[in-house]
Design a protein around this ligand. Structure first.
Ligand SMILES: [Fe+2]
Length: 276
């Protein structure tokens, strides 16, 4: 019988506490509540939820408490990695019941073998900095972990983008040791995707003989401005999510969906054929 696995991904919720708005504009808590509700309504249901960093806005305990309260509304097993807005110790303190957060003694990085697709989360954070770095210790852990199961389809997730996005202010804060990551990933063809957040929009790029892709923001989107000085800004474009659908017959196919509801579905056909 064909095996399958349906994985939802959202990114960069940037939760604030006490109903405060991010950048005085964005109701990030409300946006995440809407996203959780949307994912709960999906049919077929995803088997799990990945959140690719910037879980909260300033890494504070009260923000993580707000995040925990919102995620309690989700019935999906949820796997978290930190982003540059996060704080490792405060994250762990808020989610003592999530064992994956405690797998590695120093970094919030983990491997999950409970599904047909193997999941690896990496901690690309540099405390106090906006850019990402995996460092030799984290990269060696990744290489060793990938060597353990060389034939199982695998998703590798980290917060920072390991490719050039073309959005200038984001490319000033990328994953700095992307070349070292690429050398490792290239040696492990079971890596179906390298997933990231950070960019707050959906991008795809070839990376180390596989596909790197970023997840849309679950609340606000980084402005699509290529070239120029790259003044940091965001737009309130439709927030989205990714659905990674793996089947043993077709491999991994990734869909982008939107959190908001839109008119439809409308039929293409009626009793006379294609509607004219
Ligand atoms: Fe972010």
């Amino acid at each position: 019988m064909a095996e399958s696995c349906l994985i939802a991904q959202i990114s960069d919720p940037h939760i604030k506490a006490g109903g405060r708005l991010s950048y005085r504009q964005v109701d990030t808590a409300g946006a995440l509540r809407q996203a959780v509700a949307k994912l709960e309504r999906l049919a077929p249901r995803p088997q799990l939820l990945l959140i690719s960093g910037d879980l909260v806005d300033f890494g504070r305990p009260d923000e993580y408490a707000a995040l925990r309260e919102i995620l309690a509304g989700s019935s999906l097993p949820t796997y978290l990695i930190p982003g540059n807005h996060d704080h490792r110790e405060n994250l762990r303190a808020a989610f003592p019941a999530l064992p994956h957060l405690f797998q590695h003694p120093r970094f919030v990085q983990w491997v999950v073998d409970d599904y047909p697709v193997r999941l690896i989360g990496l901690d690309s954070c540099v405390p106090g900095a906006s850019h990402g770095q995996l460092c030799p210790a984290r990269l060696q852990w990744l290489d060793a972990t990938l060597h353990q199961q060389p034939t199982r389809p695998t998703l590798v997730m980290l917060h920072h983008h390991p490719f050039t996005s073309g959005i200038a202010h984001m490319d000033r804060q990328p994953l700095r040791d992307a070349g070292a990551l690429a050398e490792i990933v290239a040696q492990h063809p079971q890596v179906e995707r390298v997933l990231c957040g950070h960019l707050h929009r959906s991008l795809q790029a070839r990376f180390a003989n596989t596909l790197a892709m970023s997840c849309p923001g679950v609340s606000h989107q980084v402005s699509l401005r290529l070239g120029g000085a790259g003044t940091p800004s965001f737009h309130l474009e439709p927030p989205g999510y990714l659905l990674h659908h793996w089947t043993s017959a077709a491999g991994l196919v990734t869909h982008q969906g939107f959190i908001d509801d839109y008119p439809g579905p409308f039929p293409f056909y009626d009793d006379n054929g294609l509607i004219d």
